[in-house]
Design a binder for this molecule. Structure first.
Ligand code: UDP
Length: 323
């Protein structure tokens, strides 16, 4: 199959490209390199461009006979989305609509969307299944939920079939050490703690230790990036076979606290880590854990690296090799 990976130079997109190439697909990558890196593109055909540019998308679909579009290109920082909602609605929603409109014109009817646990907002119960109410509490989560809603309407009206995959906490790196997580600035817990371990950063801040959790720090469900990629492959197969649109929550169903992550990094790296307790970060729910039974039963998804230690080991290899 020929698969267009939008955002294929970014963290999850670049791992997806590698996974698609390994499984024998033709890959076209579309990325404006605003967050991604040229050297993260390890194969396929690269087209540098922007989703805001409908004419360029039109040319892209004219010159490539694309079967499926996977869309990873979005802004992902919750705090930034609160300060700059215009950029988030523009990039995450308007530009996605633009992409879908050009797909409709070209009769491309299969779409895999990178959604997020942030569409749920403050959890009303955990683990969170697909039926959980969707009440996002920041523009990031709202912009993603708006796309999910748009996709339902585009299915009804134009027949575009889609799968929205709601990632919990994507983490880890390519086990071969070729690719990894690179955000600038980095705000995610695991890469930041690893930067402390490698000496690039003095200390790790814990944002709040007075939550209603066993050790007072926030609990998250970390899922290996490769397991996310596997879910995308299964989602494509399911979509092509059933021609029905779906949403799936993707996580291991096991929560780890910020303190447990820091302890695990100390174990894996053998380094002493300086920790500072700071104020809570705005918009952080105490616990976010996925109920991914639906992905397991309907897609046959079975994460192969659920162990936090292995997730961290792969990310540590990347941190050490790259910097
Ligand atoms: N966190 C932290 N210190 C940091 C970065 C993150 O304590 O320097 C916490 C954050 O408050 C959250 C958890 O780690 O409870 C995971 O945060 P991350 O930004 O990695 O992912 P998110 O859950 O926001 O998607």
């Amino acid at each position: 199959m020929k698969i267009l990976v939008v955002g294929g130079a970014g963290y999850i997109g670049s791992h997806m490209v590698k996974c698609l190439l390994r499984t024998g697909h033709d890959v076209v990558i579309f990325d404006n390199l605003s967050k991604g890196y040229r050297d993260a593109i390890i194969g396929g055909v690269f087209v540098e461009g922007d989703l805001a540019d409908g004419e360029q998308l039109d040319r892209l679909f004219k010159s490539h006979d694309v079967d499926v579009v996977m869309h990873f290109a979005s802004f992902i920082e919750v705090a930034e989305s609160v300060k700059e909602p215009a950029r988030y609605y523009q990039n995450n929603f308007v530009n996605t609509q633009n992409l879908l409109d050009v797909m409709v014109e070209h009769g491309i009817g299969s779409f895999i969307f990178s959604s997020t646990a942030a569409v749920f907002g403050e959890p009303q119960y955990t683990p969170i299944d697909e039926a959980h109410p969707k009440m996002p509490i920041n523009p990031y989560g709202k912009s993603k939920l708006m796309v999910e809603q748009l996709l339902a309407d585009y299915d009804t009206a134009y027949g575009i079939k889609s799968v929205s995959l709601r990632y919990f906490n994507a983490a880890g790196a390519d086990p071969d050490g070729e690719l990894g997580e690179r955000h600038n600035p980095e705000t995610h817990l695991i890469p930041l703690v690893l930067q402390v371990a490698s000496g690039r950063r003095d200390a790790i801040s814990i944002f709040g230790n007075d939550y209603d959790t066993p050790d007072g720090t926030c609990v998250r469900d970390y899922i290996h990036v490769q397991d996310l990629c596997d879910a995308h492959l299964l989602a494509v197969n399911h979509l092509l076979k059933t021609r029905t649109s779906n949403n799936f929550n993707l996580g291991n169903g096991q929560g780890f606290s910020v303190q447990q992550v820091i302890d695990c990094v100390a174990n894996v790296t053998g380094r002493k880590l300086t920790v500072r307790i700071e104020e809570r970060r705005e918009g952080d729910p105490a616990v976010l854990v996925a109920d991914a039974k639906q992905a397991r039963s309907m897609l046959g998804w079975n994460p192969s690296m659920p162990d936090l230690e292995i997730i961290i080991e792969t990310a540590w290899r990347w941190e050490q090799s790259f910097f």
